[in-house]
Design a binder for this molecule. Structure first.
Ligand SMILES: [Fe+2]
Ligand SMILES: [Fe+2]
Length: 373
C-alpha cells in the first residue's frame, strides 16, 4: 500500500501573512500541495511571480518551527507535513501530472530540508563528533557504545508500553506510524546505493534482495508489512491524518538522507542504526501480538526481522561502515547520521508514549487537531 498524492484542486491563492501562525502555516501547506499534481514547467511558468512571497512564507514557517514562540509545534508539524507531501513526488510513480523537477518546488524543498537538518544538528551534543576515534573498528565500537547508552536503545515505549500495555488499537496506530520507514525501506536502499562500489555495494545489494523476499513475491518485506494493514483494515486515506509531527519527521529524514549523494555517509549511519535497533523493538511487538492473540498473518514481518535485521546490522557494520570509515569526512557523516537516527527516534518514541499512555489525554487533545491538519 502506498500513501497517495493529495488530491487537491487548484485553489485560488490564499493570502498568507508573512508572520506564520497556525492558519497561515496550514494555508501555505495547502497552497504548495496544490502544485504537486501540476506539471513542473507549468508551475515554474505560472508561479514565478509568487516566488519571493512563497520563499518568505516557508522561511517564516521554518523560523517558527525552530523558535520558542507559541506557534512552534504547529509550524513544525506543517513544515514536516509539507516536506512529506513533496517527497511523495520522488517516492511514487504518479498517475497524473507531477511537479517533480520544478525549480520553484526545489527551492521550497531545500528550505525545508535545510531547516530539518539544522534542527537535527542542534540536538547533537557539542564536541561529540570530534571525539570519534580514527581507527575504523574503534570508531564502530565507539558509535555502538554511544547508541547502546542512548534513550532510544531500549525505549520504554517498546519495553513497557508495547510489550505490556498496548491493546489492539494501539498496535494499529503503531503500524500506521511506522509506515513511513518500514513501508518503503527497500526504496531507501535502492536510493542510497547509487555510486557505491565493492563490499558496500554487495552488502546493500544482498540486503535489498532480502527485502525482495529473495525473489519470492509473497515474501517481499513491504508486502509482508502491508499484511498488517489487512488485519487492522487500514486504508491509504487513513494514513496521512494519523501522522504526528515526529512520525512525519522520521520518515522525511530517511528520504532526505537517501536521496542525496553528499549525504551518503549520513545515510550509512542512519540506516545501519535503523537495522540495529529493530530486532529488540520487534521482540516487544511480537510479544504484544501474542499476548493479544491477533491473527498470525499480521506478525510475519516483525517475527522475520528479529533475525534478519540482526544479520543486516552485522553485515552493514562489517561491510559498509568499516570499509567506509577510513576518512575523517566519512566518519563524521556516519556518526552524524547514526546519532540523528538515535536522537530523532528517541523524540519520536517519547511523543508516542506521551500520546499513548492513559492520562495523556490533555496532550492528546491539544495535539489531535494539529495532527489532523
Ligand atoms: Fe526488511
Ligand atoms: Fe533489514
Amino acid at each position: 500500500m502506498e500513501t497517495q498524492l493529495p488530491t487537491i484542486d487548484h485553489p485560488s491563492t490564499p493570502a498568507i501573512r508573512t508572520r506564520i501562525g497556525r492558519t497561515d502555516a496550514a494555508a501555505l501547506v495547502e497552497e504548495v500541495s496544490s502544485w504537486l499534481t501540476v506539471d513542473a514547467d507549468e508551475i515554474d511558468a505560472k508561479f514565478t511571480a509568487e516566488r519571493s512571497r512563497i520563499v518568505e512564507a516557508v522561511t517564516d514557517m521554518n523560523a517558527a518551527a525552530a523558535g520558542p514562540g507559541p506557534h512552534r509545534e504547529d509550524a513544525h508539524y506543517h513544515q514536516q507535513l509539507l516536506l512529506s507531501r513533496i517527497y511523495q513526488t520522488v517516492m511514487q510513480i504518479p498517475d497524473r501530472p507531477s511537479a517533480e523537477g520544478s525549480v520553484l518546488l526545489h527551492e521550497v524543498t531545500r528550505l525545508l530540508e535545510n531547516a530539518t537538518l539544522q534542527a537535527e544538528d542542534a540536538h547533537l551534543e557539542p564536541g561529540l563528533l570530534e571525539s570519534a576515534p580514527a581507527d575504523p573498528r574503534q570508531f564502530l565500537s565507539w558509535l555502538k557504545g554511544i547508541v547502546r547508552r542512548h534513550r532510544a536503545f531500549k525505549h520504554p515505549y517498546y519495553t513497557d508500553f508495547i510489550n505490556r500495555e498496548a491493546r489492539s488499537e494501539d498496535l494499529r496506530t503503531y503500524v500506521i506510524q511506522e509506515s513511513l520507514i518500514d513501508g518503503r525501506f527497500d526504496d531507501f536502499l535502492a536510493m542510497m546505493q547509487i555510486g557505491t562500489v565493492g563490499a558496500s555495494k554487495m552488502e546493500i545489494a544482498g540486503n535489498y534482495w532480502d527485502e525482495m523476499g529473495n525473489g519470492d513475491p509473497e515474501a517481499v518485506h513491504t508486502h509482508l508489512f502491508n499484511k498488517i494493514y489487512e488485519v487492522f483494515d487500514v486504508r491509504p486515506e487513513d494514513l496521512e491524518a494519523a501522522m504526528t509531527t515526529t512520525d512525519l519527521h522520521s520518515g522525511n529524514l530517511a528520504v532526505l538522507l537517501c536521496r542525496y549523494r553528499h549525504l551518503y555517509p549520513e545515510a550509512v549511519g542512519f540506516l545501519g542504526m535503523t537495522e540495529w535497533l529493530a530486532p529488540d523493538r520487534f521482540r516487544n511487538v511480537v510479544r504484544a501480538w501474542e499476548r493479544l492473540g491477533l491473527p498470525e498473518v499480521g506478525i510475519t514481518y516483525h517475527r522475520l526481522h528479529i533475525t534478519i535485521d540482526s544479520q543486516h546490522a552485522a553485515g552493514w557494520f562489517h561491510n559498509v561502515v568499516i570499509p567506509s570509515a577510513d576518512s575523517a569526512y566519512m566518519r563524521r557523516g556516519i556518526a552524524r547520521g547514526a546519532l540523528w537516527r538515535a536522537n530523532s527516534s528517541a523524540r519520536h518514541l517519547d511523543e508516542r508514549l506521551e500520546l499513548a499512555r492513559p492520562g495523556a489525554e490533555g496532550a492528546l487533545a491539544e495535539r489531535t487537531p494539529v495532527a489532523a491538519g
